[in-house]
Design a protein around this ligand. Structure first.
Ligand SMILES: *[C@@H]1O[C@H](CO)[C@@H](O)[C@H](O)[C@H]1NC(C)=O
Ligand SMILES: *[C@@H]1O[C@H](CO)[C@@H](O)[C@H](O)[C@H]1NC(C)=O
Ligand SMILES: *[C@@H]1O[C@H](CO)[C@@H](O)[C@H](O)[C@H]1NC(C)=O
Ligand SMILES: *[C@@H]1O[C@H](CO)[C@@H](O)[C@H](O)[C@H]1NC(C)=O
Length: 206
């Protein structure tokens, strides 16, 4: 067997159904549908084995991902472009860069399972499950309507966690009526409406 074939065999396994892989490389965003699981950051293999399209940042819209999403990224600006304010409940983020990342907060709706991988650091592979009183995953993607109160799950992810210096932690605050009032220093807080009847579950992942 050639070295290349052995490498191929080690680097992907066939999966049950297609999943979405988005990767950013040198200012390009590629959106792929893969029927195999590719080793993290193997861009060549992804281009070869998956059905990939280049995405123009100007045409990108905020999306809902109803099944598992994997993102490989090297810097926070493209990651933010792809991920901020999307709805995704099952997410894997793999940091493929080498330059340490600054602290920035990414806002993600409805996140429940998060797996993070980094190519270096003391803790290269970690995951977190965000506890939820409601186990119905599909439901998390929708804004609940409970006793006329709107309930939404929002997570803020500190991008410096990809430096792999510490264990992944999460902290949730329930019944947050106004994100602006409770967390005024969050960069994005002005994005949220100030309606009286809303109730957020806010999770910080750091
Ligand atoms: C990637 O493709 C999926 C469909 O395969 C689509 O739902 C999603 O919006 C796309 N994401 C981006 C950032 O283009
Ligand atoms: C999965 O993607 C391949 C192309 O990569 C396509 O031919 C196939 O129909 C897709 N399967 C499903 C179940 O969507
Ligand atoms: C959130 O509010 C609900 C309904 O008002 C209440 O039952 C629940 O105990 C509250 N949770 C916390 C953590 O305060
Ligand atoms: C809040 O809910 C009450 C009824 O429970 C309704 O009368 C009121 O208009 C709502 N306020 C807002 C800002 O949606």
């Amino acid at each position: 067997l050639s070295k290349r074939r052995r490498h191929l065999a080690a680097c992907f396994v066939r999966s049950q159904k297609n999943h979405t892989l988005i990767f950013t490389k040198e200012n390009t965003i590629r959106n792929c549908s893969c029927s195999v699981v590719i080793c993290d950051c193997d861009y060549c293999l992804a281009n070869l084995m998956c059905n990939c399209k280049t995405v123009l940042p100007s045409t990108m819209e905020k999306t809902t991902y109803n099944s598992h999403l994997t993102i490989w990224f090297t810097d926070t600006s493209l990651l933010e472009m792809v991920l901020s304010f999307t709805r995704v409940w099952d997410l894997k983020l793999s940091f493929c860069g080498t330059t340490p990342l600054p602290t920035e907060y990414l806002a993600i709706w409805g996140l429940q399972n998060l797996q993070v991988n980094m190519v270096r650091g003391q803790f290269p592979e970690q995951s977190v499950t965000i506890p939820s009183s409601n186990n119905d995953k599909e439901d998390l993607l929708e804004v609940h309507n409970k006793d006329r109160q709107m309930l939404a799950h929002i997570s803020f992810l500190d991008t410096s966690l990809f430096n792999g210096d510490s264990l992944l932690k999460s902290y949730s605050v329930e019944n947050v009526s106004s994100i602006m009032k409770h967390f005024p220093s969050l960069l994005y807080s002005d994005v949220f409406s100030t309606s009286d009847n809303e109730s957020y579950v806010v999770t910080f992942i750091y």
